[in-house]
Design a protein around this ligand. Structure first.
Ligand SMILES: [Fe+2]
Length: 284
């Protein structure tokens, strides 16, 4: 069984990337959904210093305010092999194939920012879907496959509170990425996709409308997890710091058996947990 910790959008929260806590939790891998710190290169460097398998995809904020693409290039370079945008990152051990979605995505169907076009070039929705699909084809068939994206796929609902629903402007609509949805359809022709992890659309809804629905499971059994708890730091009743991670467990057969949101104390103890999914065969 694989135990995966997923860090939502960091947005420059340096303390939320707590290396000592991650070491105590000792997940088999750490997945990072992007929007690290508006182009601050200390963050990708810190991710590379962590002593466990890590995969990351850059988000729309990682270009900073630089439309030239140079900041994106530096961020990608600083992440090195950790970055899996449009590519396969094989984490073996522990035995996990991670394929990245389109990096730098702001959601909203299919939109390429000036920085993205400058750094990675122009491409169509179907070109992008094919890049993701081609990366998945390279994954060993016996390893569980996780798609890691900054913005989630379209098709998960059009209400503001859906995993990729637009909540900042009316009318609410589906703000997911169409190329990622298309890639999932294509990949499933040859293998299952047990888990799709993403961020970007923050859990806390605008205008005091409550919290977003962060998990969806479709009829094919794919689990979609929005990990964008922002901010990822909090304090308990005594003022002690807490850190947030989504936590997912994947069975040897490649099924997601548990998904939850957890707030941890610095010593690794769980302060509170919201269970999002557990296998029918296991007690919740
Ligand atoms: Fe974002």
């Amino acid at each position: 069984m694989l135990r995966l910790a997923i860090a939502g959008d960091l947005h420059g929260q340096w303390d939320a990337l707590d290396a000592a806590l991650i070491e105590r939790l000792a997940p088999d891998a750490l997945l990072v959904v992007g929007d690290l710190a508006d182009g601050d290169l200390r963050f990708p460097r810190r991710l590379r210093e962590l002593n466990l398998p890590v995969a990351c995809v850059l988000g729309n904020h990682d270009a900073g305010r630089d439309a030239s693409g140079r900041t994106l290039a530096l961020m990608e370079q600083a992440l090195g092999p950790l970055h899996c945008g449009w590519s396969l990152r094989l984490l073996d051990p522990p035995g996990l194939a991670v394929v990245g979605g389109r990096p730098g995505s702001p959601g909203g169907g299919f939109y390429l920012s000036a920085a993205v076009k400058a750094h990675w070039g122009e491409l169509s929705l179907f070109d992008s879907a094919e890049r993701i699909t081609a990366a998945a084809r390279q994954a060993p068939p016996d390893l569980p496959l996780v798609l890691l994206a900054h913005a989630g796929p379209s098709g998960l609902g059009s209400a503001a509170s859906d995993p990729c629903g637009r909540d900042w402007k009316r009318p609410a609509c589906d703000w997911g990425d169409q190329d990622l949805q298309e890639a999932i359809v294509r990949i499933r022709r040859t293998r299952p996709v047990p888990l799709v992890v993403f961020g970007h659309m923050h859990h806390r809804l605008r205008h005091g409308a409550g919290q977003r629905r962060s998990l969806h499971r479709d009829r094919q059994g794919t689990v979609y997890l929005n990990a964008a708890c922002v901010p990822r730091h909090d304090v308990d009743a005594h003022g002690a710091p807490l850190r947030h991670f989504c936590w997912v467990e994947v069975s040897a057969g490649g099924s997601v058996t548990l998904a939850s949101q957890r707030w941890f104390h610095g010593d690794g103890a769980i302060e509170r947990e919201e269970l999002l999914l557990c296998s029918p065969a296991l007690p919740c």
